[in-house]
Design a protein around this ligand. Sequence first.
Ligand code: X8Z
Ligand code: ZN
Length: 613
Amino acid sequence: MLVILSTATSLNAAPNTVLKVTPKLASTASAISVAPKRSVPSVAEAEKFLKDAEARLDKLGIAAQRAVWVYETNITDDTETIAAQANEVALAAVGEIAIQARRYNDLALSVDNKRKLKLLQLSLSLSDDQDRADYTRLSAQMSGAYGKGKFCKTPGDESSCMNLGQLEAVLAKSRNPAEMKEAWLGWHQQASSYKDSYAQYVEVSNKGAREMGFADTGALWRSQYDMPADAFAAETERLWQQVKPLYDSLHQYVRLKLQQAYGKNEVPTEGPIPAHLFGNMWSQSWENLYPIVKPQGLSANLDISDTLKQKNIDAKGMTKFAEGFYTSLGMEALPASFYQRSQLTKPRDREVVCHASAWDVDGDQDVRIKMCINQTAEDFLVIHHELGHIYYDLAYRKQSSLFKGGANDGFHEAIGDTVALSVTPNYLNKLGLLSEVPDASQDIGVLMDRALQKVAFLPFAYLVDQWRWKVYSGQVKPQDYDKVWWELREKYQGVKRPAASNGDGFDAGAKYHVASDTPYSRYFLATILQFQLHRALCREAGYSGPLNRCSIYENKAAGKKFQAMLEMGTSRPWNEALNAVAGEDKLDATAMLDYFAPLKAWLDAQNKELVVK
Ligand code: X8Z
Ligand code: ZN
């Protein structure tokens, strides 16, 4: 089973590191680096090494997962230390095994074993005890700080404090710019408390990447896609260029609508738009703007939030609906322990990390999600996303443990979203969650709603790692964290900071994945990939109409094709997994562009007309 070392363990997607332990004692990593030169090992020795490594990493991985689960569902000083220590033990084994794996690189091994050796070497190795302790301590500390983060209007007065969920709700619902700005600034301000930790963490992490022969941690991250690191960077840029015109059209239209709503003082006619006006803390997903930007005359109500409340469909009920989609495809029911062990709602009596995550605790049946579910349309989709991780975990559990992972981390993120693309108005109506099915004349509205989630997200998903790659390479130093973060946000998203920065803030750290050091390119890939998978599965289901009206609900043929890909796990390069479903072996944004083509034409016409007015 695969475990990411950092509390991002829980996000369960990037095979940064793989853990295992044999019953024999782990020798220290520093001992390895001075190991005497040995003769060329045999194939049999390599096979034994891999088998032992898998068993050893499995055992340590499970222990670390449990410790981190307890920490993230009950943040205290003790659970923080326990989680950091469990990760430290695991990290020692990962590094040690990664270095040892090099001995076998030139042997004529089976394709599978060659791949396992390669995967083992795509991880950090910190041979110094102090470095490992620092790395895991800083990592746990930052995740905890993020989870506990609060903005207190009156410093020192607990009753004036708001947590992230409450601040996000202000941005989602308020139409008062001053109020939104306060919530935005409050959350971003709290992140500066862990800026120094982050800067130290970057240094230690780079040491670990360099021990494994990578230029820095960013280069290690970019090396995890079955292609050279530079080729990966070029590939993501190619995809961004493919989708940029679509984003630009949406951004321009939303600008005009925001200007109508808030006036020219708040929303400039040119240049970046203040980031607090998009209904989301990171301006990464704009669906809360739907009431402001929805096409006139296209009045279909797509928001199921009220119905969920009226019908008393609670967090578990919402999760059951999502599970029902997967089982309708022919996939298995979730194990009973899933409902016993998951955290579906925010506990009232303790601090937790609310950011949604899926956990494959034992590489077998012990799967869980951790969320703080609200009865909203947004969370309804997030549950589908999380169950995508879970169904992937369950599907590849028969693989040997180094292959228990996604084809790449973008695949892991794309599965649930692919399913959620089939959560169409028609499907919601079938479930009794939407009273009216909008007819084809309302499609622009439905597409707009989706575009606010998916198209709006693209530049953010792209830029987070543009920033981190620069930070890890040393091109951006701590004193310039904010400066470069906002250069990128202006350049790609076309958004700006609502007020000048005090110069020493850590706005990037106000995003969960930076504080928890979870790579983010995966979400960019996933956004493109989910449309490719959706197009292919709809084709498999015999569907040939507009992609936004396709739902693969209850389609066993599509389900079978999907499941076969999920079962492959990491065992084959990702393009083979894509090929298995789509008969294509490259990422390609045309599926996404096709999906939104009617909206793109509509936006361009509106933009012309609205500008002339
Ligand atoms: O972090 C997540 C998931 C867990 S893997 C809830 N997402 C990204 C985010 O929230 O920033 C899903 C979409 C992007
Ligand atoms: Zn995810």
